[in-house]
Design a protein. Structure first.
Length: 134
């Protein structure tokens, strides 16, 4: 049947580590590529603004075109990508919230990344052993 793999399942263990590796290697790569300087986000914003976007997405992209804003956004994304693996292992519910926040912020500027964010969020829930509902 479809559902979440059991708590001790090797499948669950492998999927959890896959998520840790993705965030860990992404953060390491961004550190060595000086992602925190904001140039990458300004470049993406310029490229997408040339596609004549409108509405709230245009406002987000125009904001990312400002050097200080792109630097803060870049440093924040990098900080979250560094923190998420540790949070998922030690404080899983906070980790899931951080995964959601990170990928929602990505989707505001780049909606084509929504499916990737959805997949990462789904995997993040594998760290939560029990979700209480009332």
């Amino acid at each position: 049947s479809l559902g979440m793999p059991a708590a001790g399942s090797p499948v669950r263990w492998v999927l959890r580590w896959q998520l840790i590796v993705v965030y860990g290697f992404t953060a390491i790569h961004k550190i060595f590529q000086n992602f925190h300087d904001g140039d990458a986000l300004r470049g993406v914003a310029a490229y997408l603004l040339a596609a004549d976007v409108s509405g709230p997405r245009r406002l987000v992209l125009e904001g990312l075109s400002v050097p200080l804003i792109s630097q803060v956004a870049s440093a924040s994304a990098l900080a979250l990508e560094l923190a998420i693996p540790a949070l998922l292992m030690t404080r899983p519910k906070i980790g899931v919230v951080c995964v959601i926040a990170l990928h929602v912020s990505f989707s505001l500027a780049m909606p084509d990344l929504f499916a990737f964010g959805f997949a990462m969020t789904s995997l993040a829930f594998l760290f939560v052993d029990r979700v209480e509902t009332r």
